[in-house]
Every structure is written in C-alpha cells, then in structure tokens.
Design a protein around this ligand. Structure first.
Ligand code: FAD
Ligand code: NAD
Length: 467
C-alpha cells in the first residue's frame, strides 16, 4: 500500500497550494481529486471562468456603449457567445492543466478518484471505473470545499434553474433572467448577462444587497448596475416556483408590507450561498466534529478533533475565498514542519468583480463602531482624480478607516473600475501595521488611480490636496 507523510483530499486552491508548500518543506505529499481536472471550484466553475466572462462581457458592453464617448465609432457590435464561452473553457483548461504540471514539478502525487477516510491513517480511493485502492497517510488534510445551496422549491436542473455552474455555461442569452440572492455570485453573474443583453432582476431576502460590504461602496455599485438595466428587489422572500410555458415563475412576498406577487423569467439563478461539502468523505469513521452549519471544526492550527487530520478552506469557518483557502493550506504545511503557523484574518481582502469593482479589506465603519473602536475616516472620490477622468472611470471612491487613537489602518474600501488590483497596497500596509500617515507619505506615480488612496489617507487628517 502506498504511504505518504501528507494526503490532501481535494485539489482546489486550498489543496493544491498547500500541497506545493508541503512538498517544498520535504513532505512526501499526495492530492486526491474526485473531479476530472484539478483546480477545484475556483479554477473549474468559480473564480476563473466567472472572471473570464466578466472580462469578455465588459468589453462587449464598452464597445456597444462607451467607445463613442472616446470618439470611436463602431457601426455594429455583434456577440459571438459560442466563441466567448470557448475562450473561457480554454483558459480553464490551461490553468487546470497547469496544476498537473505544478504537481509533477514539485514531485506531488496527483490521484484522480473519490476519497473516503477509513481510519485516521487510511484513505480509500475509488476511481472513475469503480476500482478501489487504499493508501496510508501519517497526516490527512480535508480540503473538500463547498457546493451551492439549493432552495427546496428551486432544485437545480442547470437548464432553467441554475446554480453558478449553469450560469457560467449558458449557450444563449436569456431575454429575462431572475437572480435569487444579491450576494457576490448574484451580482457578478447578473453583470455578465445584463451586459450581454438580458433583462436581469435580482431578488434579495435582506433589506440590502451584499450586507457585509461597505454600504457606501455597494450603493455606488447598485446605481451603476441599474444603469445597465439590472433591477433590484430587496426585503423580498421567494416562496414558490413553477414552470409556465417553458418559463420559470416565482411567487414572492414583500417583507416590508407583506404584499404577494409573482415574476417570470426565462431562467433563474439561485445564488443564496454555498455550504461545506463532506458527502461520502467517511467523517463518521473517525468521528470528526462539525458545527451547526456543517463546517468541520478545527483549532487555530487547523487540527480537527483527530490530531493528525486537518481541515482548510471552504469546508471550515471563515470567508469562502480562494486566497483564504490557499493561506490555510500553506499554514498546515508550516505547522507540520515547525509546530507553528499563523493566518492574519484581519487582512483577508474581498472583491466583487463587477463594474465598478468593490474591494474591501478589514473592518467597515459599521463593524468598527460595533466593536467600540473610535475611528477616523478619510474618503476621496475618483471624480477628482486626473487618471480616472482620462480613463472615463470616475465612479466611486477610496475610504480609509483608522483607529483614531493610533492612526493604524483597520479598514480600506475602494469602489472603482479595477479596484481589485489597487487594494493590495492597503492590504500590505495593514499587514505591516501601517498608519494612514504611512500611505500619505508614500510616493504614488502621477497620474494614477492609486493617487486616490494617498488622498484618502491624507483625508483621514483632513489634509487632502485634490478634490
Ligand atoms: P474547492 O475549490 O471547492 O475544492 C475542493 C475540491 O475537493 C473540489 O475539486 C472537489 O471536487 C474535491 N473533493 C470534494 N470531496 C472530495 C472527495 N471525497 N474526494 C476527492 N475530492 C473531493 N473566490 C475568490 O477568492 N475570488 C473569486 O473571484 C471567486 N469567484 C467565485 C465565483 C464562483 C462562481 C464561485 C462558485 C466561487 C468563487 N469563489 C471565489 C470562491 C472560491 O472558488 C472558493 O472559496 C475556493 O475554491 C475554495 O477552495 P477550497 O480549496 O476550499 O475548495
Ligand atoms: P453570499 O453569501 O455572498 O450571498 C447570498 C445572498 O443571498 C445574501 O445576500 C443572502 O441574504 C441572500 N439570500 C439567502 N437566502 C435567500 C433567499 N431564500 N432568497 C433571497 N435571497 C437570499 O453567497 P453567494 O453569492 O452564493 O456566494 C457564495 C460564496 O462564494 C460566498 O461566500 C463568496 O465569498 C464566494 N464567492 C466569492 C467571489 C469573489 O470573491 N469575487 C465570487 C463568487 C463567489
């Protein structure tokens, strides 16, 4: 029977990134993946295909609506959806193939098959032909990720009732699309299909969309999405669904005045969250404890109640983000090598890759106030930034939140085109325990959108020069 120092179950960002660090640290490492390709949700049906379609659809929308402002006339812009989808599929294929290469390069054994924990040191693997083999592991890392939550009256068929996976693979532009859930997936997918011509309605249970994000920033995004034709119904509960003449009809109830009505669409995307995935994993064989939401419980070193079995990524507590899973995978490797590991959850960035992008790190004003921290806030609008004007991207702002007593940065929020690439500066400043003064005294090339970060940092002390 093959034997390894570490066997990771699941080849998503948590599993494959962790495996590379473990191999670098000298551990004999294997990764088991039940799907046909490595890369997990992120590479196959998540981060990467969604960003490919967001990019293509944004270019299509810009060419159709925005080029004329720059004095560029295009007689007719045509959509080739098949080609757009083929481009997405090619990118996914290149990146998932890249993981195979990284495994070989780092001498990691990649195994395709469904893993089931038999006991604390034995894993059974069933391949696509149903053939079973057992392998031995000194340590096991569960990195099995998450799957979309289904509503009882909206079961995914991926044709009319879509999860994010179906919404990333439509072969036609629906005339009308309903999106249940105004979270990150809902807004990203609503953006893609609205830009390509769908009339999209987002139905959200809460009284606001993306409730956890900076609400000033979210309102800029919501205004902008409305301009592309997306409608929003908040405080609305979907109660039933049916098929009517090949379309989907949803019954809903307003949570503000109790009024009931229904709405129809050609397809409905259900984006009401994701849940940890542990089906068929054999957790019962080792009595691994889960919390009330089905997340595997771990200590600060990602150890479960069985000391040589670890868990990371979407399957444990915390934001369901690829970079969070990656850091946890690395941390387990370092813990096994040194007895120490640390992930700083105060600096996990989060981005909604819409137009404009909403990028956040650390606390919102509301969270800081709820934690009883006296804050100072500096805000700077892109309407007053020269590069933003030159680009024609003046929507949005930068907001820097500091602890008033020390000037230490505790939060940063940027809403503008491309803010995902700008946020890193604030993340690094926070990681170094930086202050708004540190950002304010750092050079920023002129003219750049990043100058708005410096101006917002200066604005914490009311010293901004532009705007
Ligand atoms: P996963 O990536 O889910 O990987 C788990 C793997 O384990 C899967 O491949 C699964 O097949 C395998 N597995 C499960 N059980 C077994 C078993 N018993 N045996 C063998 N293999 C098994 N995050 C971001 O940070 N940025 C984004 O832009 C972003 N966009 C997203 C867009 C969409 C549409 C979705 C759905 C998600 C997005 N996410 C994004 C979230 C991100 O994909 C996840 O947070 C991330 O993939 C979690 O990584 P993971 O390694 O924990 O699990
Ligand atoms: P989410 O938790 O971000 O949003 C779900 C939304 O659905 C919430 O606003 C919630 O109030 C609403 N909701 C829940 N039940 C509802 C109901 N019955 N009717 C109407 N609304 C309802 O979840 P998601 O958008 O499905 O995304 C899942 C995970 O994937 C998230 O944790 C996110 O971090 C991750 N993800 C990240 C990115 C990114 O980083 N850009 C992109 C996509 C997904």
């Amino acid at each position: 029977m093959d034997a390894y120092d570490i066997v990771i179950i699941g080849a998503g960002p948590g599993g494959y990134t962790g495996a590379i660090r473990m191999a670098q640290l000298g551990f004999k490492t294997a990764v088991i993946e039940k799907d046909k390709t490595f890369g997990g949700t992120c590479l196959n049906v998540g981060c990467i295909p969604s960003k490919a379609l967001l990019q293509s659809s944004e270019l299509y929308y810009e060419a159709s609506h925005d080029f004329a402002d720059h004095g560029i006339k295009i007689e007719s812009v045509k959509l080739d959806l098949e080609k757009m989808m083929a481009r997405k599929t090619k990118i996914v294929g290149e990146l998932t193939g890249g993981i195979e290469f990284l495994f070989k390069k780092n001498k990691i054994t990649g195994i395709k098959g469904m893993a089931r924990i038999v006991d604390a040191n034995t894993i059974e693997i069933t391949d696509a032909n149903g053939i079973k083999v057992n392998i031995q592991a000194k340590n096991i890392v569960i990195a099995t990720g998450s799957t979309p939550v289904e509503l009882p009256f909206l079961k995914f068929d991926e044709k009319k009732i879509l999860s994010s996976t179906g919404a990333l693979a439509l072969d036609f532009v629906p005339k009308e699309m309903l999106v249940v859930g105004g979270g990150i997936i809902g807004l990203e997918m609503a953006s893609v299909w609205a830009r390509l011509g769908s009339k999209v309605t987002v139905v959200e249970f809460a009284d606001k969309i993306c409730a956890m994000m900076d609400q000033d920033a979210v309102s800029v995004l919501q205004r902008s999405m409305k301009k592309t034709g997306v409608s929003f119904m908040t405080s609305t509960k979907v109660t039933a669904s049916r098929s009517v003449g090949g379309r989907v009809e949803l019954d809903y109830e307003s949570l503000t005045d109790g009024k009931k009505a229904s709405i129809q669409g050609d397809v409905v995307l259900v984006a009401t969250g994701r849940k940890p995935f542990t089906d068929g994993l054999g957790l019962e064989n080792v009595q691994i404890k889960k919390d009330e939401r089905g997340r595997i419980q771990t200590n600060a070193h990602y150890q479960t109640n069985v000391p040589n079995i670890f868990a990371i990524g979407d399957v444990i507590v915390g934001p369901m983000l690829a970079h969070k899973a990656e850091e946890e995978g690395v941390a387990v490797g370092e813990f096994l090598a040194t007895g120490f590991c640390h992930v700083n959850y105060a600096t996990v960035p989060s981005v909604i890759y819409t137009h404009p992008e909403v990028s956040s790190v650390g606390m919102t004003e509301a969270e800081a106030k709820a934690a009883g921290i006296e804050i100072a806030v500096g805000k700077f609008p892109f309407a007053a930034n020269g590069r933003a004007k030159a680009k024609g991207n003046t929507e949005g702002f930068v907001k820097i939140i500091t602890d008033k007593a020390t000037d230490r940065i505790i939060g940063g929020h940027i809403v503008c085109a491309g803010s995902s690439e700008m946020l890193g500066e604030i993340v690094v400043a926070m990681e170094f325990g930086g202050s708004s003064e540190d950002l304010a005294r750092s050079f920023h090339s002129h003219p750049t959108m990043s100058e708005a970060i410096r101006e917002a940092a200066l604005a914490v002390d009311k010293r901004q020069r532009q705007g």
